[in-house]
Design a protein around this ligand. Structure first.
Ligand SMILES: *[C@@H]1O[C@H](CO)[C@@H](O)[C@H](O)[C@H]1NC(C)=O
Ligand SMILES: *[C@@H]1O[C@H](CO)[C@@H](O)[C@H](O)[C@H]1NC(C)=O
Length: 242
């Protein structure tokens, strides 16, 4: 596959903050800024969603995975929340800085992406970190139908990007992980979380969202390639390995 043009990136650093945007950016017609509310979007709008970090079982009531917006889960006591507002149908790289006090392992080590209330959608919980391993790069697909979020899912990136890299291990033959002892506080690597986003489906005018195709056409290493463009942030750390 030929190299795809580099997508525009949006860098949002969010850690346990409520969304604080008060003004609509140019071209953004979506007035919903709260991740537990329902929005109907068109291409070019901002779209607010949340990522909750907690233990695996915290996302379930019995056998059923509930939306993090559902009070029955009682996440408020232990979980951490990051809220993002990327632009619909642009490939975005979201980051959560884990070098400055937030440790995903200490709140349970898994994360769930979610948005909506009546039309609640949530991703499956995905492993981020425990005392042995830390996964720092993720791809999240947001799937819309006529402008409503239907589904959020994590795409497995595979281990091509980390094969032969000594600080990495391949978990379950599909996820690159760093040894937690190499991560900042204990070691040299900035293990901050990077989430590459892609959009699929249709907006409220039934225009097709196709940033997903761009992401799937990018190579396995795409996320690391994007990182290397984040000058003075992740790049310095990742250059040690890539
Ligand atoms: C850490 O997570 C990995 C991958 O999910 C798992 O194989 C391992 O047993 C866990 N280790 C600890 C100490 O929980
Ligand atoms: C995280 O924050 C530290 C301290 O401010 C900074 O040096 C580092 O570059 C940040 N990492 C990312 C990925 O933003």
């Amino acid at each position: 596959m030929a190299a795809a043009p580099l997508p525009r990136m949006l860098l949002v650093v969010a850690l346990a903050v409520a969304c604080c945007l008060v003004q609509l950016a140019a071209g953004d017609t979506n007035g919903v800024f709260e991740p537990c509310s329902d929005a109907r979007i068109q291409r070019g709008d901002g779209f607010t969603f949340g990522v909750v970090f907690a233990g695996y079982s915290s996302f379930f009531s019995g056998q059923t995975q509930l939306s993090p917006c559902d009070r029955r889960l009682n996440l408020a006591s232990s979980a951490q929340l990051a809220v993002f507002r990327p632009k619909v149908d642009e490939i975005s790289l979201l980051t959560v800085n884990t070098t400055t006090g937030f440790n995903p392992a200490s709140v349970g080590g898994y994360m769930v992406a979610f948005a909506g209330r009546k039309y609640a959608a949530r991703s499956p919980p995905i492993f981020v970190s425990n005392s042995s391993f830390t996964v720092s790069s993720f791809t999240l697909v947001l799937e819309f139908n006529k402008g409503r979020l239907q589904n959020l899912h994590w795409k497995k990136d595979g281990c091509d990007a980390c094969s032969r890299k000594s600080n990495f291990v391949c978990l379950g033959k599909q996820t690159c992980a760093i040894r937690t002892q190499s991560c900042k506080n204990q070691g040299p690597v900035d293990c901050s979380i990077g989430i590459q986003l892609a959009f699929s489906g249709t907006d409220k005018h039934e225009s097709v969202l196709n940033s997903w195709y761009e992401v799937s056409n990018l190579r396995q290493y795409s996320l690391y390639g994007l990182y290397s463009n984040l000058k003075d942030t992740l790049s310095g750390q990742f250059n040690k390995f890539f």
